[in-house]
Design a protein around this ligand. Structure first.
Ligand code: CAA
Length: 380
């Protein structure tokens, strides 16, 4: 067992850290306030090779390992959690499954622009009727000769507005629940496709979350990803990888809250001494640091297993669950340590607290992570 990062992993982390300090953190508050999508920043992340980090260089990616990927997402999320999720979705929920299940033609057409950052991707599984019960989705793709005719509405789609291509999970067989679902790559230019309502969210407000509406939308049959009926397995396998990305996002948020708290409690004096000198506050700082480190260890183990080609679904669920609960807890402590100032937009900790909440909800709620872990432990 080796607890050291490689030189390359450290270089990726430092590049992401510098980028976040210079290009993300300074405007994160304003973008949150105005719900402004950081499109220029995403293009720059593409130029740095951060939009297809684990994709093979042959397809325009950076060919990096999962540890490098999560180190980058952590640092980006520390600067701006919205940028963190935009990047994470493109990497682990879109590029991953096109690279794994796509044909060479699909990779040439869709993966290359996605991995280089020339295009942006979204992943669409949920609907109004199916969230945690993902296999309950109803949006229907009817096979008609050389295409599928799609009708229905998808929901909660991160990057729904600004993406170019969507990996979409649709029902192709109403007689089977999980095995009646297929995956498709949908180009948003296909006739009959439109973006629906954009959600006005509590946190990660600079990222967009929308409905996607299909009205007799024609999706060519060559846009089927993998085989018909394989969609649910692709969705689940993809989410195993997605959950390490969200775990990294949560750790970035928590670490940002810790750094802000250290700065503030050392500078702010009450009763004649810095807040950090009060033992009650020291204990908060100690617990934040410990929980963040424990989250990292869970995450890096899941990544090491992924890189070794082992099954890592349970470990990814543990990492996501622990890190997201840590982020929620640590950001709440950070607001408390800042007192009244923490409750205002003068300090970033209130945004971090709002951003942290979603990490306990998307890519599987904390309850779903516990189900995944329990089913693995109990072996059913
Ligand atoms: N990898 C590969 N296959 C898997 C798998 C995995 N991790 N998990 C399950 N499967 C397979 C099973 O082996 C089974 O295969 P067979 O049909 O061959 O037996 C099949 O899938 C069905 O599995 P289950 O019976 O376990 O399915 P279920 O209906 O009980 O659901 C669940 C399991 C874990 C609850 C699942 O529904 C789930 O993860 N729900 C949460 C959904 C979720 O995370 N949504 C997030 C939305 S995306 C998002 O938030 C993105 C964003 O924009 C940021």
């Amino acid at each position: 067992m080796d607890f050291k990062f490689t030189e390359e992993q450290e270089m990726i982390r430092d590049t992401a850290r510098d980028f976040a300090k210079e290009h993300l953190a300074p405007l994160a508050g304003a973008r949150d306030e105005e719900q402004q999508f950081p499109i220029e920043v995403i293009r720059q992340l593409g130029d740095l090779g951060f939009m297809g980090m684990m994709v093979n260089e042959k397809w325009g990616g950076s060919g990096l390992d999962a540890i490098s990927y999560v180190l980058a997402i952590q640092e980006l999320s520390k600067g701006d959690a919205s940028a963190g999720v935009i990047c994470s979705v493109n990497n682990s929920l879109v590029c991953f499954n096109i690279e794994k299940y796509g044909t060479d033609h699909q990779k040439e057409t869709y993966l290359k622009p996605l991995a280089t950052g020339q295009a942006l991707g979204a992943y669409s599984l949920s609907e109004s009727v199916s969230g945690s019960d993902a296999a309950g989705l109803q949006c229907f793709a009817e096979k008609k000769g050389d295409h599928y005719l799609v009708n229905g509405t998808k929901m909660w789609v991160t990057n729904g507005l600004h993406s170019d291509y969507v990996v979409c999970f649709l029902r192709t067989d109403k007689s089977h629940k999980t095995r009646g679902i297929s995956a498709f790559i949908v180009d948003k230019k296909f006739p009959g496709f439109k973006v629906g309502k954009k959600e006005n969210k509590l946190g990660i407000r600079a990222s967009d979350t929308t409905e996607l509406v299909f009205e007799n939308c024609m999706v060519p049959k060559e846009n089927l990803l993998g085989e018909e009926g394989m969609g649910f397995k692709i969705a689940m396998e993809t989410l195993d990888g997605g959950r390490i990305g969200i775990s990294a996002q949560a750790i970035g948020i928590a670490e940002g809250a810790l750094e802000e708290s250290v700065k503030y409690t050392k500078a702010r004096e009450q009763f004649g001494q810095p807040l950090a000198k009060f033992q009650a506050n020291e204990f908060k700082i100690a617990d934040m640091a410990m929980r963040i480190d424990a989250s990292k260890l869970l995450l890096y183990r899941a990544c090491a297993m992924k890189d070794a080609g082992e099954k890592f679904g349970k470990e990814a669920a543990m990492a996501k669950l622990f890190a997201s609960e840590t982020a929620m807890w640590a950001t709440t402590q950070a607001v408390q340590l800042h007192g009244g100032y923490g409750y205002t937009k003068e300090y970033p900790v209130e945004r971090m607290m709002r951003d942290a909440k979603i990490t306990e909800i998307y890519e599987g709620t904390s309850e779903i992570q516990r189900i995944v872990i329990a089913r693995n432990v109990l072996n059913w």
